[in-house]
Write a protein that binds this ligand. Structure first.
Ligand SMILES: [Zn+2]
Ligand SMILES: [Zn+2]
Length: 253
């Protein structure tokens, strides 16, 4: 499995781009950054977009991708997510108000965006097996378990305290790594808690509670203004299994 980090911050600045992980050149997990970094050929190769939730920092690139597709090849892209995420996307994004309804452009049969709800178990997505796991954010959000052959990776997406995700991580024998979203430093516990995000302290507590010390973690989705503080905290914790996800990097699992 090849994982390309198109963006991995919790906000946009001149140097920071928002969450999007491209797997095997074809399947995009969240779409915070797409058309800014991929070539026209790279954009064409995307067949599926798996969405964790509809916050703008995770979908704005999908809006741009849909428009690009319409203007270029017209080839459809399948957007798949947990049922409530698909419903929200249809009602609140592709509604001809916030953005054109690309699920019926140019016409419903040849639409450039095809919405597909995931079932409760694993869904086959372009050679991967993907499972959405509900987490705890301000709106309906899921993390993901992604498998290819015997390898598995997980992504928390945006979440505060949550349990099912970590239980699934503990049960998975072939887990290569987890991408964990940590947005705020620990001194901002209350804003993090209120907005359904993690701090370093919360992540460390989850790792301890669920015995995940052997699992490699990549920390992502930092609010860039807090990056130096979060890095300092994680360094101080001295955990061997924690690293930071690097924008533009490529991981293999
Ligand atoms: Zn976010
Ligand atoms: Zn969010």
């Amino acid at each position: 499995m090849k994982i390309e980090v198109l963006g991995c911050y919790g906000n946009v600045t001149r140097r920071c781009r928002t969450t999007a992980y491209l797997i095997n050149n074809k399947v995009l997990f969240d779409a915070g950054t797409v058309t800014e970094v991929l070539s026209p050929e790279g954009l064409e190769r995307i067949t599926h977009v798996c969405l964790s939730h509809i916050h703008l920092d995770h979908i704005k690139g999908l809006c741009a991708l849909a428009e690009e597709r319409f203007m270029s090849t017209g080839q459809s892209v399948t957007v798949t997510a947990d049922k409530p995420v698909i419903a929200a996307l249809s009602e609140q994004v592709f509604n001809n108000s916030l953005w054109p309804d690309f699920t019926s452009i140019p016409d419903p049969k040849r639409a450039v965006v095809c919405l597909k709800a995931m079932g409760p178990g694993y869904t086959a997505v372009a050679g991967l097996r993907v499972k959405a796991i509900s987490v705890n954010h301000r709106i309906h959000t899921t993390g993901f378990m992604v498998k290819e052959k015997s390898k598995a990776i997980m992504m928390t997406s945006d979440t505060g305290w949550t349990e099912h995700f970590w239980l699934a991580a503990r049960r998975e024998r072939n887990l290569e790594f987890i991408i964990a979203h940590v947005a705020f430093p620990s001194r901002l516990h209350n804003p993090a808690f209120m907005s359904g995000h993690m701090t370093p302290t919360m992540l460390l507590e989850r790792i301890d509670t669920f015995g995940l010390h052997q699992v490699p973690f990549f920390i992502a989705h930092m609010k860039s203004i807090f990056e130096p503080e979060i890095r300092k905290e994680i360094k101080k914790a001295g955990r061997q299994n924690l690293r930071f996800l690097k924008q533009g990097s490529v991981l293999y699992a």
